[in-house]
Design a protein around this ligand. Structure first.
Ligand SMILES: Nc1ncnc2c1ncn2[C@@H]1O[C@H](COP(=O)(O)OP(=O)(O)OP(=O)(O)O)[C@@H](O)[C@H]1O
Ligand SMILES: [Mg+2]
Length: 350
């Protein structure tokens, strides 16, 4: 090693040594586990942040790397009882770790081009989605009972396995079932309708029942971890809100619920991007007694749910077995409606 490089390294080490390690400070950090942000990177993973600074930052609300990355040096310096120069360095490191910063639009377009689409089985629905459900993002379907949310989930789990020419991605599906309504028999029906081998189709869907919201979060994190290794390109969470709704009742718990749900959705979003995967979540509607005009129903989850999923659709029943899917919100598609139906073979055009 050249003397210059050695000197540089020494300098780096010196600069990183922001904190004198106090051997007596054996208290465990509160930042671990629950409070690790979307990235899962611990605050103490940042160069120069040892247990003592980490603890002070956590106590002031800087519990994860995401919070630090968007802090101002002054705030962080006060919170951690550190100098502003040190705070600036910590913030810079956090931003680098999270890859926060600008990139040119052409690079983003390149990445967007690698997004795949999964057919829904209905031409009308596919057209509404400009070809099908998009990977790298979350699509939410909300609607009343029997409107077809779960049936679409099953259909997607079959379609994702088909070749790109046939509307799929040649990949597997992961299915997180919170309501106990997953039915392998329906996958068999839908597979047979396309002349696919039902035994193979069933093998390509991994399923788990989530018993409470923590369990649901854990399963989704696990799903994101195994997605790329398993070649899974679809994650279904049916439904994303039911446990949250059941567990957090009453006004006083609303903030806690929204915070947890928000974090959960951001995890899903990040996983969708990292794994180039489509995330399909379903949501119930609740009645809105204050609505005198129009549809007196609103999706559960309030503003948190309204902002994370890129594509939001409202499903409702219509005459006979008709169902109407309304694209309510999308960053790149026009609003619109499509009519489809649910039959033994699956989701089809009317
Ligand atoms: N084998 C089948 N053949 C024909 N239609 C079916 C079949 N299985 C289910 N369906 C249709 O799908 C409907 C159920 O839709 P689905 O379970 O997707 O509703 P949902 O929106 O998930 O409702 P919930 O909010 O209760 O979960 C049934 O009422 C029926 O109309
Ligand atoms: Mg359902």
């Amino acid at each position: 090693m050249s003397p210059k490089k050695e000197a540089d390294e020494e300098k780096d080490e010196e600069e990183m040594d922001y904190e004198e390690f106090d051997a007596n400070d054996q208290e465990t950090l509160e930042t671990s586990g629950e409070d690790a942000g979307v990235s899962g990177i611990e605050v103490t993973d940042l160069p120069g942040v040892g247990p003592a600074i980490g603890k002070r930052l956590a106590e002031s609300g800087y519990k994860n790397v995401e919070a630090i990355a968007v802090a101002s040096p002054g705030e962080l310096a006060a919170a951690g009882s550190i100098g502003e120069t040190t705070a600036t360095k910590i913030i810079k490191a956090a931003r680098e770790m999270l890859d926060i910063g600008f990139e040119t639009a052409d690079l983003l377009l390149e990445r967007r081009k690698t997004a795949g689409r999964i057919s829904t089985g209905s031409k009308a629905l596919d057209e509404l989605f400009a070809g099908g459900l998009e990977t790298q993002s979350i699509t939410e379907m909300y609607g009343s009972f029997r409107s077809g949310k779960t049936q679409i989930a099953h259909q997607l789990a079959v379609m994702v396995q088909r070749s790109p020419e046939e509307g799929g991605l040649g990949a597997k599906a992961i299915y997180v079932d919170t309501e106990g309504t997953f039915r392998p028999e329906r996958l068999v029906d839908m597979a047979e309708a396309y002349g696919m081998d039902p035994a193979k189709v069933l093998k390509n869907v991994v399923w788990a029942r989530a018993y409470n919201s923590d369990h649901q979060i854990l399963l989704c994190d696990q799903a994101m971890e195994m997605a790329t290794d398993q070649n899974a390109r679809l994650l279904v969470v049916d439904s994303v809100t039911s446990h949250f709704r059941a567990e957090y009742t009453g006004r006083g718990t609303l903030a806690a619920r929204q915070q947890k749900l928000n974090k959960h959705l951001h995890h899903l979003q990040r996983g969708a991007e990292i794994n180039n995967m489509a995330v399909y979540i379903t949501n119930q509607v609740m009645s809105r007694p204050d609505a005198f005009f129009g549809d007196p129903t609103a999706p559960v989850g309030g503003h948190v749910l309204a902002h994370v999923p890129q594509t939001r659709c409202y499903l409702r029943k219509s005459k006979g077995e008709r169902r109407i899917c309304r694209l309510v919100d999308s960053p790149n598609l026009p609003e619109g409606e499509a009519v489809f139906t649910v039959v033994k073979d699956g989701i089809r055009d009317v």
